[in-house]
Design a protein around this ligand. Structure first.
Ligand SMILES: NC(=O)c1ccc[n+]([C@@H]2O[C@H](COP(=O)([O-])OP(=O)(O)OC[C@H]3O[C@@H](n4cnc5c(N)ncnc54)[C@H](OP(=O)(O)O)[C@@H]3O)[C@@H](O)[C@H]2O)c1
Length: 331
């Protein structure tokens, strides 16, 4: 490919901006595996990065897109050969190394995962970092003893990518899932994914969170942080497990140690970015098998490469729903 299209994020006079450019293959970052990108996806982090609403980019200029799936065109890593379908997510992709919003990508072999049997490249990006992270959270909570018979699991930021996928995967595994959302109009969508109950964030009184309140949850997948996470900690059942995944509401956490030392609650940090092999491939294998979300197609929408800027705005406004796959090759 002589030159290819990319969404480049730059810093000009202290301001972050992004736009479509044409790059040469020689402008790609160093790496062992060169990939013709078929699809990428949109995560909250991508929207923060491209709009400059969050300090995400660690090296300017940088092609955005923390997720990519495509076909190997060249590889100096013996694990990959031309023609192999692969996924690359996490590490520095789209934040300090040119990412998936480009028709071509080149990345270190350690960042590449073979496409698991049973998943298409499109499905891999419908899952993307959001699906990988939701699955990682569930795997880690179950390693910590969470089981469906232990009680309900609450999922916050429920209509978002991580939230929708976590609900779908947990419900399919037999959990009683309670979806916490700010979007009253999406209750049917959440029930359709398998949520047994839908709670509205607006109905919570977060002005007075007690150190310990009535225990309600055996597990929690938290995408919001801040007061919602503090309230969850205070309402966990004895021995409950929280997977702290996101900060869509706040980076802060103002809580007490009471849930941890009086109820034995575990607060598990989930970081999809730097988790290494064999964990990484193992989670992707499970996404193609026992953790495969049954409603993946129903929660996913495909956009053209050109539609990225308007899609970022939806994410920044907290209006994201489900997953968005970017048709990079189709542009
Ligand atoms: N730890 C990791 O490795 C990792 C990996 C992936 C993502 N994340 C983080 O996980 C979070 C979710 O990611 P995502 O890609 O699923 O994002 P997303 O698709 O944008 O979903 C976030 C959801 O959170 C809720 N929300 C958004 N803004 C909010 C606000 N100001 N206050 C309260 N609720 C708000 C909304 O759901 P409702 O209206 O339904 O509440 C929204 O749909 C993000 O913070 C992201 O950075 C972390």
């Amino acid at each position: 490919m002589e030159s290819f299209r990319a969404l480049l994020i730059e810093e000009r006079e202290g301001k972050v901006c992004s736009g479509f450019v044409r790059l040469q293959e020689s402008q790609l970052d160093a790496g062992d595996v060169t990939i013709r990108v078929a699809y990428s996806s949109v995560n909250y982090k991508d929207a923060l990065a491209a709009t400059g609403k969050g300090k995400i980019i660690r090296r300017f200029p940088c092609v955005g897109g923390i997720d990519l799936a495509g076909t190997v065109v060249a590889s100096s890593d013996a694990r990959f050969s031309p023609g192999d379908p692969v996924i690359a997510t996490s590490f520095d992709i789209g934040v300090a190394h040119h990412g998936g919003y480009a028709e071509m990508a080149r990345v270190p072999g350690d960042w590449v995962v073979p496409l698991p049997a049973g998943l298409s490249l499109f499905e891999a990006m419908a899952l993307g970092t959001a699906g990988f992270t939701a699955a990682l959270g569930i795997v880690r909570m179950e390693e910590n003893g969470l089981r469906p018979e232990k009680g309900p699991v609450i999922v916050t930021g429920a209509t978002g990518g991580v939230g929708s996928l976590a609900i779908d995967m947990l419900a399919q595994r037999g959990y009683h899932v309670v979806a916490l959302t700010g979007k009253e109009s999406e209750a049917d969508y959440l029930r359709g994914l398998g949520a047994a109950e839908v709670m509205l964030r607006q109905h919570l009184d977060l002005s007075k969170i007690r150190p310990l309140d009535r225990g309600r949850w055996a597990g929690a997948v938290d995408n919001l942080g801040g007061d919602v996470l503090a309230w969850i900690a205070s309402t966990m059942e004895q021995g409950g497990t929280i997977a702290s995944i996101g900060l869509a509401a706040s980076m802060s956490l103002n809580t007490t140690v009471a849930p941890f030392i009086l109820r034995g609650v575990s607060l598990l940090g989930v970081d999809s970015g730097y988790i290494r092999e064999p964990y990484r491939r193992g989670v992707w294998q499970r996404l193609a098998s026992d953790l495969r979300p049954p409603h993946l197609a129903a929660m996913t929408r495909r956009i053209a490469f050109d539609q990225l800027p308007e899609t970022f705005a939806e994410y920044i406004a907290g209006q994201a729903k489900g997953r968005v796959v970017v048709d990079v090759a189709g542009s």
